[in-house]
Write a protein that binds this ligand. Structure first.
Ligand code: AMP
Ligand code: MG
Length: 351
């Protein structure tokens, strides 16, 4: 899977290469969080560019360990402590992200749920190894849905101490962590004096400033087949994130089983191929894209409103596209030649 993922990511990079910013833009790729993280930024001084990239890489190495529930890092230690009924004081940044995740959970009507770790694991989407075949039994899935656990049992103290009245189930920040990582990278670049930058974490993008005086343009990949649906121009600080059923999936009796689970059913979402959201930050865009993918045809507009999201695009199971009115104003049905980057996630098929 790792090879397929890398190959797919290279496809993404090359497809954007012909329209890559020229000097003084610096372009760098790092393999982190099981995907390519691409940085494009204004850096007149190559030494300073190398130093800031090294800083970003250091941050990502600890981030992927501490924010991934199945690594040997802080989130895994927290999950282990909570499962034993113990409390644990974590880094204030992790505590803040858990707090944000819980709030997104509440505001999204629990379509976004950071306590999905056990069911994600049951389906086998936590690892890069092939998911178990056959998929989990209906009884196991029903037992997860019916359990009386969840993030509402968490208390998150100001000093970063996390406790739970009852074990909440395994916390999984996978639906929001890329947003946090992208935000942190942009903050690092900004602290290093870089004001014009694009960060692309496996198809999820946030920008600062502009590309040589004009807005950064991001192509939104079609969830099926090749090419882009269209593109959006981003203002400084905006992020465009996509959740899709094509990133990690396998098929059972012709039905696509993928890594985003409806917490109400315990099953992968079947009604939506992809959702793209523009928001003012990576965390907000990431949480909302996941939530709106789960929310489905009847609820996605209401959930977007609750989350304060005005720019969202949904591709339903048939490939039909719906957009909020604000997204329609921003969306340009142009070709990939006009983009700075294609917001493509790896379409590797089964992993
Ligand atoms: P994303 O690509 O941002 O939509 O995140 C997908 C990842 O979030 C999955 O691989 C799971 O780790 C996790 N996840 C799956 N379902 C949900 C959900 N309903 N709410 C929050 N996180 C989820
Ligand atoms: Mg997300």
């Amino acid at each position: 899977m790792r090879i397929a993922l890398i190959a797919a990511a290279f496809g993404l990079v090359l497809s954007g290469a012909c329209d890559r910013p020229r000097e003084p833009f610096h372009s760098e790729r790092l393999l982190a969080m099981a995907t390519w993280v691409e940085l494009v930024f204004e850096a007149p001084d190559p030494e300073r560019a190398a130093a800031v990239v090294a800083d970003v890489e250091r941050m990502l190495r600890s981030f992927e360990r501490d924010y991934y529930a199945w690594a040997d890092g802080e989130l895994a230690h927290l999950n282990a402590a909570l499962a034993r009924g113990e409390r644990l004081r974590v880094d204030p940044k992790l505590a803040a992200l858990l707090l944000a995740a819980r709030e997104y959970g509440e505001r999204s009507g629990r379509t976004f749920d950071p306590a999905v770790g056990d069911i994600v694991e049951l389906w086998g989407f936590h690892s890069e190894a092939a998911p178990p075949q056959p998929p989990p039994s209906a009884a196991d899935v029903a037992a997860w849905v019916g359990r009386d656990t969840g993030i509402r049992h968490l208390t998150i103290a100001a000093d970063g101490t996390i406790a739970a009245a009852r074990p909440p189930g395994k916390l999984d920040l996978g639906g929001i962590a890329k947003g946090e990582a992208v935000d942190r990278i942009l903050a690092q670049l900004s602290a290093a004096g870089v004001s014009d930058a694009l960060v692309n974490a496996g198809g999820d993008v946030r920008v600062s400033g502009s590309r040589g005086g004009r807005a950064w343009r991001i192509g939104i990949q079609k969830p099926r087949g090749d090419g882009i649906l269209g593109l959006v121009a981003l203002a400084s600080g905006e992020a465009v994130f996509t959740s899709g059923d094509y990133e990690r999936f396998f098929e059972v009796d012709g039905q696509r089983m993928h890594h985003i689970i409806d917490p109400a059913t315990g099953f992968p979402v079947g009604h939506t191929q992809a959702v793209t959201v523009i928001a003012d930050g990576g965390v907000a865009a990431d949480a909302a894209a996941t939530a709106l993918l789960v929310a489905g045809p009847e609820r996605w507009l209401a959930v977007a409103k609750n989350l304060g999201v005005s720019h969202a695009l949904r591709v339903d199971a048939t490939g039909a596209i719906e957009m909020t009115a604000s997204m329609r104003d921003r969306f340009q049905a142009l070709g990939s030649a006009d983009t700075d980057i294609i917001a493509a996630s790896s379409k590797g098929g089964s992993h």
